[in-house]
Write a protein that binds this ligand. Sequence first.
Ligand code: F6P
Length: 554
Amino acid sequence: MTTTEPVPRGPRGDRTVAWAALAGHYEAHGRGLDLREAFARDPQRVRAFSLAAPEVQADLSKNLLDAATLRFLVDLARECGLEARRDALLAGAPVNATEGRAAWHAALRSTDGTRAVYRDVAAVRSAMLAYAERVRDTAASGIRDVVHIGIGGSDLGPRMAVRALDAHAHPKIRLHFVSNVDGHDLAPVLRGLRPESTLVIVASKTFTTQETIANAQAARAWFEGAGGRDVARHFVAATSNAEAARAFGIETTFGFWDWVGGRYSLWSSIGLPLAIAIGAVGFEALLAGAHAMDRHFATTPLASNLPVVLGLLDVWYRDFHRFGSRCLAPYHQGLERLPAWLQQLEMESNGKRVDLDGEPVPFATSPVVWGEPGTNAQHAYFQMLHQGTDTIPVEFVLVRRPNWRLPADAPPALREQLARQHRMLLANGLAQAQALMAGKTADEARRERVPTAAPGFDAEVLAHHRTFPGNRPSTTLILDALTPRALGALLALYEHRVFTSGAIWGINSFDQWGVELGKALSAKLLPLLEGASSGADADGLDASTAALVERLRP
Ligand code: F6P
């Protein structure tokens, strides 16, 4: 397909025969499916619901589905024309209809050199990687601190990935990330930095985003005020608006294209801080992992295509089970920012209420996605996951081999202890998934001794408090190690999964009109907060906002 051909589109999910079949199947078998019985009935269940994709193994067997569910879901994908739409996405067709653009992030990690666009991508990437290598040569560059200023997609991806790949990072360069317009974000970062050893990256696709430009101005004020010379050498930009960067005083700019959406931009020059942290070889390994997942998505039959099956499962849970949220529990501290990255990816992409024709959809779209790393999360909200009134599917991400960065002379006892702690971590993750599914009956609770219960408390009432309903679904994703390649594959998996559910819902997963209204209103409120008195300026405001402005005025 060429980028000018119309983008293929099947019927919206709810208008298919398969959707009706799924509704019937849900009533007959889905609603009442009991995981414990399903495992008892089918010794092959784990095998039947395990999938392998590049770098990621998935156990889906603890989900509320059976072979028929999967069959109907795959029928749904076919009937919605998912394969043709996927091919259009990967070929760079303008799938982002409202903005008339492609969403061609896969081109950023392609190894195909046949089209001009791939050659452009490769040229910008090699310039960016060569620059990163020069910065990494700390003896020559003198750079010890890199401050990355960006927000949304220009922050979440690199921030998350730099944290995740700490074990692979340059030992002498500290990376800092600033996103919030709130000066409480920037101020602590600037403390202790020296202008001559600091590089500031201003990352903004548009170079007009209020928060980023304000922080860049503040960073420049700090730089000049602290005796820094040569803004042009110490400030660089990752942007598709080179002109605006130049007007700011930045001469070194790494560009990208309008078809790179903010939340898909880690793979572009927005990934510069990551390239500085892990080097060109590491960055290319990240891209290679993502590309391997792109190939899996493009070529694997739907029923064993991991992003497709996960996306379909999301539709099953959201529209048939009506689960409102999904919890992400990465059991690796390095993945602590993965939930935040996924929130933007999924909720900005699929938090839509009209379809591609602008018609309101009569079904639910994006779930709320949230989470924290295990085991911390266990000591915060897992109580609700186990015994609360809502069923919330949980996604565990387990990493088989740890790879922390320790000093070369770290004592063996420390290494052994940390290795043991990694086994504790995995045991905890597995146990949570097990507990969610198995639960605990009132009988089991009655038989237990409970030394922490109040003396004399009614044993029967206590058993009710200590019962777990179980049958709560979870998915377990396993990576062998958190390498750049594995991380690339995992992130691309999520991108394609979100595309899949969006395609079934018939929505545009690539625009984000919903962020605009607040931006416009804040531009009108700012002068009211800056002005000496409210007076007539506040006219037209609702009474609540006007009163709040009054209270907040300096
Ligand atoms: O919040 C809206 C948004 O447009 C995101 O989609 C994007 O990632 C972010 O703002 C940052 O935009 P920019 O890179 O242009 O500064």
